[in-house]
Write a new protein. Structure first.
Length: 262
């Protein structure tokens, strides 16, 4: 059975040290099995720019035409997914990469407002049995956040949204969101601090006030949704400090912890 789901943001992939992948290998050897869902927003944007295809975000989600979708699929399941698999295997782990389209792993439907935003999906179902099957082979599943519907239409799904749905479907205790900031930041007495823990009420307040913006919005929305779905704790951390995953799993002070309100 998987022990935790980790979402790795495109913002930080290049900055993750070899030690980060070695820790994942060590956890796997100790029987603490990770499932990885990754992003790749900056790499998608860079390739779109090279191809001179304009790109635009609406409420943190990329407007996705058929042309953009081709690039999203190529970058996420071709470039980024294989990069992570290579790094894990280099560290001595055994990783298998796939996208949400493989084996209909992530079933999706168009998001609300799809007339404007295009082929952006919301997760309707995750084939947890496939993920468990890969773990049963002794491998770490590495999942690119694309989805598919019954008609065979592909969707671009935000990676935080995908990771939240995967975590809820697997029934894990922890979703660890690895990003380029050490946690959720708030201005307290004129000073920016990392919140060690936060609540749904505080998150809603910070979205209203604009203290949570951009890429942090899909993260906290996915966090609140998967807590409703049975995950015990979502932790937002940076992956650049050695041993970060172990500290999160042992409940030591690290990043920002979000738990369901009582
Ligand atoms: N309250 C906040 N605390 C920390 N970061 C925030 C906050 N609100 C917005 N952000 C932004 O969210 C970014 C992380 O989201 P994003 O760039 O989408 O990363 P990823 O690729 O890891 O998903 C941070 O770099 C920061 O600019
Ligand atoms: C619909 C949507 O916005 N999809 C994202 C998928 C990648 C992603 O979420 O990557 P990060 O985690 O690095 O942001 C995109 O096209 O950028």
């Amino acid at each position: 059975m998987p022990s935790f789901v980790m979402k790795c943001g495109g913002s930080t992939l290049a900055a993750l040290p070899d030690l980060f992948f070695e820790e994942l290998k060590q956890l796997q050897s100790d029987g603490i099995v990770p499932v990885i869902v990754h992003g790749g927003g900056p790499a998608i944007s860079a390739t779109l720019e090279k191809l001179e295809i304009p790109t635009q975000f609406v409420n943190g989600l990329r407007k996705t035409s058929e042309e953009v979708l081709d690039v999203v699929e190529m970058v996420l399941s071709g470039q980024i997914n294989k990069q992570i698999v290579r790094k894990l295997n280099q560290a001595g782990a055994h990783a298998i990469g796939l996208s949400g389209i493989d084996g209909n792993l992530i079933e999706a439907q168009p998001v609300e407002g799809h007339e404007e935003i295009g082929f952006v999906g919301d997760v309707t179902q995750v084939r947890a049995d496939l993920i468990e099957g890969i773990i049963g082979l002794g491998a770490i599943p590495v999942i690119a956040p694309l989805g598919i519907d019954a008609k065979g239409q592909r969707y671009n799904i935000n990676a935080d949204t995908s990771a939240g749905a995967v975590a809820a479907s697997l029934g894990v205790e922890h979703l660890i969101v690895v990003t380029d900031v050490p946690g959720m930041m708030k201005t307290v007495n004129g000073e920016k601090v990392i919140l060690p823990a936060t609540t749904e009420a505080e998150i809603q307040e910070m979205i209203q006030s604009g203290e949570i913006y951009g890429g942090m919005i899909p993260k906290v929305k996915a966090a609140l949704k998967c807590l409703q779905g049975g995950v015990s704790e979502v932790v937002i951390v940076s992956g650049t400090k050695p041993g970060v995953l172990g500290r999160v799993l042992r409940g030591e002070a690290e990043g920002t912890r979000i738990r369901k309100s009582q």
